[in-house]
Design a protein around this ligand. Structure first.
Ligand SMILES: [Zn+2]
Length: 66
């Protein structure tokens, strides 16, 4: 959690809240600019076991995901 300043760009990882993407989000390029970007918007079920564990261990998953 952090303060969002007016005009600040907000990035969101759909894999932290969505178990499956809707058809209109599937194959959507990700524009986050992160050095470890997944290149496309992903759901939790699209992630590798390692990626799932990393999100869980970082406390970033919504409660309904696991
Ligand atoms: Zn990205």
């Amino acid at each position: 959690m952090c303060t969002i300043n007016k005009g600040e760009e907000v990035r969101f990882d759909y894999a932290t809240t969505e178990t499956v993407l809707t058809q209109d989000l599937a194959q959507t390029p990700c524009l986050c600019g992160s050095s470890n970007c997944r290149l496309f918007v992903k759901s939790y079920s699209d992630l590798s076991t390692l990626e799932k564990e990393q999100l869980k261990n970082a406390g970033l998953l919504a409660n309904h995901i696991f």
